[in-house]
Design a binder for this molecule. Sequence first.
Ligand code: NFS
Ligand code: SF4
Length: 650
Amino acid sequence: MATAPPKTPDREVSRDAATNEMVQIAGDAHISTVWDRYKAQHPQCKFGTDGVCCRLCHMGPCRITPKAKLGICGADADTITARNLLREIAAGTAAHSDHGRMLVRTLKLVAQGKGGDYKITDPMRLREAARFFEIECESRDDLAIALDLANFFQGQFAWSEEPNATLKLAPQKRQDLWKKLEIEPAGVDSAVVELMHRTHMGVDHDYRHLIMGGLKCSLADGWVGSAMATVVSDILFGTPKPVRSRVNLGVLSHDKVNIIVHGHEPTLSEMLAVAAQSDEMLDYARSKGAAGINLAGICCTANEVLMRHGLPIAGNFLQQELAILTGAVEVMIVDVQCVMPSLAQVVKCFHTRLVSTSEIAQCDQAEQITFDAAAGYEHACRLIRMAIDNFEQRDRDRVNIPNESMDLVAGFSNETIFHMLGGRFRATFRPLNDAIIDGRIRGVAGIIGCSNPKVKSDDSHVRLTEELIKRNVLVLQTGCAAIACAKAGLLTPEAALAKAGASLREVCEAVGIPPVLHMGSCVDNSRILMAATNLVAEGGLGDDLSDLPVAGAAPEWMSEKAVAIGHYFVASGMYVVLGHPLYVQGSENVTRLLCEEMESITGGRFEWEPDPVIAAEKMLAHIERKRDALRINVKRERKMFDMKSRREQQ
Ligand code: NFS
Ligand code: SF4
């Protein structure tokens, strides 16, 4: 049970009323939440935030101060901040890629006939991926192709003499640059191992060389591990199509059994989605007095089941404790990543049962029921039964479900966007490219990442998104950023259209896409990479990702995965605005390299900007610079104002 925190929070912690309401309830009940513990950590350690604390060997720990400019071994602030940053990139890459590995493993089991109730749901996507990687498809059945693809993907993890083959997904010019810069990863696992080695005491000390090594590993995340995770999820569970649903804590039900899936891997949640609709489970729920079964998600598992099943989202990262605090959750099922250890404390105050299903992620106070893909359906039924059995333990007097919930539309894979833009017969990005070229859409922004108690949650996501669509920038989203905007209503096409600039609205209405597109979970940032690649491939916007009028932002990020993502976007030539800095500010050199000099190396760079309106201005300025370089701003003026030069062109 938690220590007694103050009864009222000092500030409005979130833009979202449901969150503020639940935090108040938590305070009254003396149950600590992330915001209380954030306060208890103050002041946060400046050595940590500056990145100049090193504990990589046991002569230390060392920290760089004006008096002690070197660690005991002689490492300076540049080396120390760069090494610390690389270890974050390694961890982020490992997390996304292990998620990818689990999916590849499931695909292989399916191909071998050992995958229980899992199957190839999207054979077109399977064949398209197999053909891309030169796997023979003619007159072969799906399972044979799937086995080859699974083996091929499995090979992408191991060390190899050759660079990762999935890097070929990127435009040729980008691939050539990676080769020239010697930052092509050759195996996801070995990329992570290499960073751990290079950052061991006494190995790589040149901050420039270290940072380039970090970019190499990050490419193994975005273009390899995450890219495979997305493709295999689509093959196994279906490529997302537009789907309507609802979001926020108000999706929890007063009279149904509430089950929350939280974490990242979609394999079990897919089976839960199927099993929860079965007559057997529904009958059982009714026999226990419940009106039905309500399966809802938190964090990226939520995004996965939303995209493919239209299941509701209970909340994003900072709402995980609050969901339990509603007193209405029978079971919370967690696996890996972004699952707060505090959940085990919060469930003690309620009837909620917390179950961990990952063999690598346990919590001594949660029940452990390790997931087995071959018995996935039975496993899902067992968990649902457990929730139903727990329904009668719900204390009706302690139920506090906020009213807030909001409509949303999600499910925008590249494949879907292609078809929406191209109509029924011809899949194409052409209308989008044309709209960007003629300036009706100024450019495209990716807004991604977490929520963080350091800032008023959801606020920067929403304000940045509103600002950008108002200025005619199309916005792509994933992860907790997408959930934040969904809660604020920005994922309802009607509301977003009303807030969009006139020309963006006109294009969106004409081609039938909303101005804010939810593309999935954080591994699905690979979809944003592919969307950018498709813009290049369609033509007229340069021949590399760095030519595009696009920009990325992670306004409220917190996780090491976000660090890896930021780096693979920068390594892919993109401009990335972070709402708060990486832990590198203790080194002017590393900061300058990441935020300035990098642009002349990869074409991309970082920027820190806490104010979402200023961030939007900076992103727009970058987009306009790219438009100028492409000379599409010039062309547009000619077309509109200068008939003479127009005649000359003809
Ligand atoms: Ni992304 Fe998804 Fe959310 Fe952040 Fe965590 S859930 S993988 S890391 S907190 S966006
Ligand atoms: Fe200190 Fe160097 Fe050891 Fe780091 S590696 S803890 S700077 S002695």
